[in-house]
Design a protein around this ligand. Structure first.
Ligand code: FAD
Length: 431
């Protein structure tokens, strides 16, 4: 393998993990190019809030330039700290107040997906190629990788990183035995826009912090308020993008409450994929009949056009493979359900580990394959642990067992009533 000169790294996929890695490599002076299949304007238009935990924020702190990281923390919305569990009648089970969370949970942020993407792209002019989908790769006689893209171009690199998400082409070619499967759980998500009037109509408990709603059995709901506080000078990066056709980009500057209702597919009794956003919204309204009126207002008064269907998939953990100069990060190797809110954070942790490995090889501190192997050994361990944790969280949130639900609620109420247990739980979440 030709690794004597400076390295050139090809990243397939310009999502959260790929762009974070590109930032780190670019700053370290490693030659890097990102190939993203979508066009700049239409990619990843969900404006949903994403929760960044200390794994994610530590990675961003090292991978982004200091001014860009400062913009990230300044642009992150409120609501990253407190957390609560309630019944479907809005009876409190456990409430960790924002102040209690703040004390031990530093490094947690809530940020719009669009804003995060714009930040990750801000320093990468000339590095990212849009509309360039990796189709396949081949290994050249000297060991380097020749990547073929949908726009007819090819590129040679010393390392190919598959950061191409859950449907990764790199994984399909490199590790064809690694599977991604349907969990049978389906989510309908929507947004309740916050204007002075709509804010006044919503129960204050829904505006305080993210809440997990636990009905007696069979389904669950997550909701999270997202308040924007755009600092002066950051408007250029995070402001509305003029010229985008209405409906294509969700408004990225107006506060809202995000909600996601989850149940097993068979409980909906309909061909969900054939439903329009309005019909999906109707379905969520129907599935929450009998819930507290305050919770139902959140759903009934949301803009039906924001309703989105999300079938929940997960990867199946595999054993370690022989390390080569083709490697993977993020959802491309360990895609997981969104129920634990750790997929992006794990992708960011990968980006940091991989950036350090490649930089060490570039600086001749370690051999390339040795450095990549150390990254992969670590990543396989924590990545697939995260997959299991998020699958457990998903299964619990739609559990049919009234007994398990009852026991879980009792545990939450007990923690809520005993301050020392609450502090221990908060400390655990902040770790
Ligand atoms: C509703 C929802 C809420 C979530 N909330 C959270 C949260 O709060 N916290 C959290 O940590 N995680 C969350 N996640 C999970 C998180 O979004 C993912 O784990 C994360 O985006 C993975 O990052 P990635 O870079 O690996 O992949 P992606 O972000 O999926 O990026 C992959 C990129 O590759 C591109 N691509 C695909 N194929 C090709 C190809 N062949 N060639 C070139 N480009 C290609 C895609 O267009 C995409 O841009 C959530 C997920 C969902 C669905």
């Amino acid at each position: 393998m030709a690794t004597n000169g400076p390295l050139h790294v090809i990243i397939a996929g310009g999502g959260i993990g790929g762009l974070a890695l590109a930032n780190g490599l670019h700053r370290a002076g490693v030659s890097v190019s990102v190939h993203e299949r979508e066009s700049q304007r239409t990619d990843r238009l969900q404006g949903f809030r994403i929760h960044i935990n200390p794994n994610g924020s530590n990675a961003l702190a090292e991978l982004l330039s200091p001014p860009l990281y400062a913009t990230f923390t300044a642009c992150a919305g409120h609501g990253g700290n407190g957390f609560g569990f309630v019944t479907e009648q809005l009876t409190e089970l456990l409430q960790i107040d924002p102040d209690e969370g703040e004390a031990t949970a530093s490094g947690h942020y809530g940020i719009s997906r669009i804003t995060l993407r714009q930040l990750l792209l801000a320093d990468l002019d000339g590095v990212v190629h849009y509309g360039s989908m990796l189709e396949r790769y081949e290994r050249l006689p000297d060991g380097r990788i020749l990547a073929h893209f949908s726009d007819g171009t090819t590129e040679i690199g010393d390392v190919l990183v598959g950061a191409d998400g859950g449907t990764s082409r790199v994984r399909a070619q490199f590790l064809p035995h690694a599977k991604r499967i349907d969990t049978g759980i389906v989510t309908i998500a929507g947004k309740y826009g916050l204007t002075p009037q709509s804010r006044a109509e919503l129960d204050a408990r829904l505006l305080r912090n993210p809440l997990s709603v636990i009905p007696p059995s069979g389904c669950g709901m997550f909701l999270a308020p997202h308040e924007f506080d755009i600092p002066e000078g950051a408007e250029q990066i995070v402001g509305n993008q003029a010229g985008i056709p209405a409906g294509l980009l969700l408004d990225n500057t107006q506060p809202y409450v995000f909600w996601a209702f989850a149940a097993k597919r068979e409980r909906y009794g309909a061909d969900l994929e054939s439903l329009s956003p309005v019909a999906l919204h109707d379905m969520a309204v129907r599935m929450t009949t009998g819930w507290a009126p305050e919770l139902r207002t959140l759903i009934t008064e949301s803009d039906p056009e924001t309703a989105t269907l999300l079938p929940i998939k997960t990867s199946v953990p595999i054993r370690a493979w022989e390390t080569t100069n083709v490697t993977l990060l993020g959802d491309a190797i360990h895609s997981m359900t969104p129920f634990a809110g750790i997929g992006a954070n794990t992708a960011l942790r990968d980006a940091l580990g991989l950036c350090r490995a490649i930089t060490a090889a570039e600086q001749r501190e370690r051999g390339l394959i040795e450095a990549l192997h150390a990254y992969e050994a670590d990543m396989i361990d924590y990545g697939f642990s995260a997959v299991s944790a998020s699958l457990n969280a998903a299964n619990q949130s739609v559990s049919d067992s009234r007994f398990a639900r009852g026991a879980g609620k009792l545990a939450l109420r007990t923690i809520n009533a005993i301050p020392v247990m609450k502090r221990l739980m908060v400390a655990d979440l902040g770790a």
